[in-house]
Design a protein around this ligand. Structure first.
Ligand code: AP5
Ligand code: ZN
Length: 205
């Protein structure tokens, strides 16, 4: 299956994509993680970090190349964090076709709470939240024991900018799939288990 998971920053795309990938044996393709792994790579447009730390989009040529390479190796996949503007939609159309397009709907103030309280494992990539999704031992990864950190772009100021960029560039992407008739809206509030059950039941149909 080819699954696309859309939603604003903090909607739970990463959390749910990982679970869907494990449950349905799909590749998790995420431009955010791929860019974070190559944050300081020099490109002709500068480093990804110079955009990401400000909450701006990394230029399309850099991101399109990441996606094309990742999709070449994937049979079934869950795509997370891409496409983020209409030109990326066009590029995606030229390299693959989609079976499911899900949109996670979450209230804006809830997004800010989720992002500013997020903690991540620098070693294995597991994601936690100081209130909503605590590790067994405070500040320590359940999976691998590493010390948890905060993402550089999870400060309140950068979170607000990411939301602004989302409204300007990525909402038109959601509208595009809605008009096309492929968009399935999923209630993104409730526990991670609730949201997962909603997604999984659509995929099992
Ligand atoms: P990216 O890494 O894609 O960030 P994002 O879209 O802002 O999404 P997030 O990872 O912040 O949120 P998420 O929806 O995955 O939520 P999560 O599951 O972690 O992109 C980062 C940057 O890279 C961009 O700003 C841009 O610069 C660049 N970039 C990436 N892709 C690009 C592209 N295509 N083009 C150009 N530039 C690109 O959950 C969030 C928190 O909430 C966690 O703490 C989690 O534990 C908690 N949580 C999750 N679910 C629930 C729940 N149901 N209830 C309560 N808490 C929950
Ligand atoms: Zn870990």
């Amino acid at each position: 299956e080819h699954v696309l998971l859309l939603g604003p920053p903090g909607a739970g795309k990463g959390t749910q994509s990982k679970r869907l990938a494990a449950e349905f044996d799909l590749e998790h393709v995420t431009t955010g993680d791929a860019l974070r792994e190559n944050k300081h790579m020099e490109t002709e447009h500068g480093t990804p970090a110079s955009y990401m730390d400000e909450g701006e989009l990394v230029p399309d040529p850099v991101v399109n190349e990441i996606v094309e390479t990742a999709l070449e190796d994937a049979d079934g996949y869950v795509l997370d964090g891409y496409p983020r503007n209409l030109s990326q939609v066009e590029y995606l159309d030229s390299v693959t076709d989609l079976d499911y397009v899900f949109y996670l709907d979450v209230d804006e103030e809830e997004l800010v709470r989720r992002l500013t309280g997020r903690r991540v494992c620098p070693d294995c990539g597991a994601t936690y939240h100081v209130e909503f999704n605590q590790p067994e031992e405070e500040g320590v990864c359940d999976e691998c024991g590493a010390e948890l950190t905060q993402r550089d772009d999870d400060t309140e100021e950068t979170v607000r900018e990411r939301l602004r960029v989302y409204h300007e560039n990525t909402e038109p992407v959601v509208e595009h799939y809605r008009e096309e008739g492929t968009l399935v809206e999923i209630e993104g509030e409730g526990t991670p288990d609730d949201v997962f059950d909603r997604l999984a039941s659509e995929l099992r149909e």
